[in-house]
Ligand binder design. Structure first.
Ligand code: SF4
Length: 244
């Protein structure tokens, strides 16, 4: 939502025949004037993120967030979507910091797509639109580069971890940061592993350059630790934040 050209990007993609366009937002910038543009752009999927088990915890985890105001923006969008009969799919995503035992109980099936697992503060707020929404909930993972020293949470490594899996993100997706830098995946929040910049080179040239190719080769061979960032990644270590 920070990018003022977002709706133009969506329209261009639709004109190229792209079937699915999706954004993930904390909804704080979903202003009334933006909502109509977004619906008119043809965007197909929007995920709204609210975390924790209470509005207070959401506002703590998401620095600067205000659940009441932010969720009002989504309510406004839901109302207009209904009035216009827009086909936009809207999902509410909720990340929770579990206890060690709760994470252990999850085994390897981390995601939950049921309304049942939504915290009551979210269910109550969106009760009117319960049937118009989809839901996803999963435990808080440890992102590469996460600052555990100043965190109120601890880290737990789940022993159910399957180290034989291969990360598909580096093969099936491409991630471009707002400044044009191309990084391996959306887990590289700080842009630590840059393969090139689309303002200087074509995206195809960057995808095929030696640094990017070596990175993918390492993953194919199971040498994920040689990629630096991948050694820290939840794909290979199943690290979660826990409350105790
Ligand atoms: S293993 Fe993790 S950090 Fe490495 S490319 Fe895959 S998702 Fe990104």
């Amino acid at each position: 939502m920070l990018n003022k050209n977002l709706c133009t990007f969506v329209r261009v993609l639709m004109d190229y025949g792209v079937k699915k366009t999706a954004i993930v937002t904390n909804t704080s910038l979903l202003a009334k004037e933006t909502i109509k543009d977004l619906l008119d752009s043809g965007l197909t999927d929007l995920t709204a993120s609210y975390d924790g088990t209470s509005a207070k915890e959401n506002d703590y985890i998401r620095t600067g967030a205000n659940f009441i105001n932010d969720s009002q923006n989504l309510l406004n969008l839901l109302k207009l979507k209904k009035a216009q009969g827009s086909p936009l799919n809207i999902t509410i995503s909720n990340v929770q910091v579990y206890t060690k035992n709760e994470v252990k109980r999850l085994g390897n099936g981390y995601s939950d797509y049921s309304l049942q697992n939504m915290p009551s503060y979210i269910k109550e707020r969106f009760k009117e639109f319960e049937d118009d929404l989809e839901y996803t909930s999963f435990p808080a993972m440890v992102w590469p580069g996460y600052d555990i020293i100043s965190s109120p949470y601890k880290i737990f490594v789940n022993e159910c971890s399957d180290l034989s899996k291969i990360c598909s993100l580096a093969f099936e997706t491409i991630t471009v940061l707002a400044n044009g830098n191309v990084v391996p995946c959306c887990y590289d929040l700080r842009g630590d592993c840059v393969f090139g910049n689309i303002l200087n080179n074509s995206i195809i040239d960057i995808w095929n350059n030696s640094k990017y190719t070596r990175f993918r080769d390492n993953l194919k061979k199971g040498f994920y630790k040689d990629n630096g960032i991948c050694a820290e990644c939840i794909i290979y270590s199943d690290k979660f934040l826990i409350k105790n």
